[in-house]
Design a protein around this ligand. Sequence first.
Ligand SMILES: Cc1ncc(COP(=O)(O)O)c(C=O)c1O
Length: 400
Amino acid sequence: MILTAATTDLFAFDEARLDELTTRHGTPFFAYDLAAARERFTRLRAALPARVRLAYAVKSNPGLPLLETFAEQGAWFDCASAGEVSTALAAGATGQGMVFAGPAKTERDLQAALFAGARIQVDGIEDVARLHDLHTGDHPLPVNVRINPAAGVSEVATIIGGGGPSAFGVDEEVMEDFVTEAARYDRVEIRGLQVFAASNELDAGRLLANHRTALRIGQRLRQLVGRELDLIDIGGGLGIRYALTEPTLDVRALGAGLGRILAEHDWFTGELLLEPGRWLSGPTGVYAARVVRPKVSRGERFVMLEGGINHLLRPLLTGQSFPTLAVRPGQGVLTGDRSTATLAGPLCTSLDRVGTGDLPTDLRPGDVVVFGQTGAYAYTQAMSHFLSHALPEQHWLDEI
Ligand SMILES: Cc1ncc(COP(=O)(O)O)c(C=O)c1O
């Protein structure tokens, strides 16, 4: 794929900037565009009804400059570990603007979330029992319960689940039993709901189908607990395209649909919380790795790179490649004849593949392969310590 104006949404920086970055900085590196992060947050915010809150899912990219950028825009934060809570607090988040989720929360996680004053999403009765013991306030602790819907749309079922057996939440079929049991713990009060059953979804209609399910579950939960719900968290899952052949998620259609769902469910007067990670952070980042050598093995073209699954794991996990292009530092993006190559890294395992790319046939050592859409689930989702290679640098760029 040759980078042109039509493809720039796959890469955070234009051709001149990529040339400059690969000339100025040693590789491998990640570079992020904070101005793009600001623009994406503002665009999504503008597409949503006022009653929809926006929380940034820290797990997609916990870089402090990124969190600070979102905090300045008034974002809430979705945290899933004690470490994420402390990063969000350092970025300027407050407990009132924080939710905390996780399928296996340790006591340290719960303590951190309680300390911050975050709204905790309980995943089972064990969370309720432990919070009942840990909570020291005068009033019952308001919590959300995560419900695993009986049916749901899930593009990448292995990552998030939805419909089938799940490590997350309480199965919808046993919600009534859960509510009955939870009522025995009087220092904890169910005041909200979390339903999240999709990942990297590009179709607003499919996301909205899940959100409709969430409100239907909320209606039943409200009856079961006998009190109003003040927060329904409908998760993240807003997709980004990793190839030009994929569509772009229509966030205005998503916002309009959420407005309709809220109007249909006028019993619900609380706030709806959307917690995207990938949509906000993915397009803000690129990863750049130098070509060590080209190789052909039994007719298959390989490009051997200085970085592999120790820096980018997602292609191996999902079978989906990041978009790529090649830069010859000082000469710009290479636009000559190209062919498909398997991108392999330096680790001593045949697992070390970072997808495929349509790359120039004259690639040579010293050229740089740039991977787009790597602002999310990249730097911190990799097997960083495997084989003890150095970590890539991270550069946070901003132009206000
Ligand atoms: C509870 C929760 N919220 C939000 C997200 C963010 O999802 P995405 O990055 O697909 O928007 C995740 C991702 O795993 C999650 O587990």
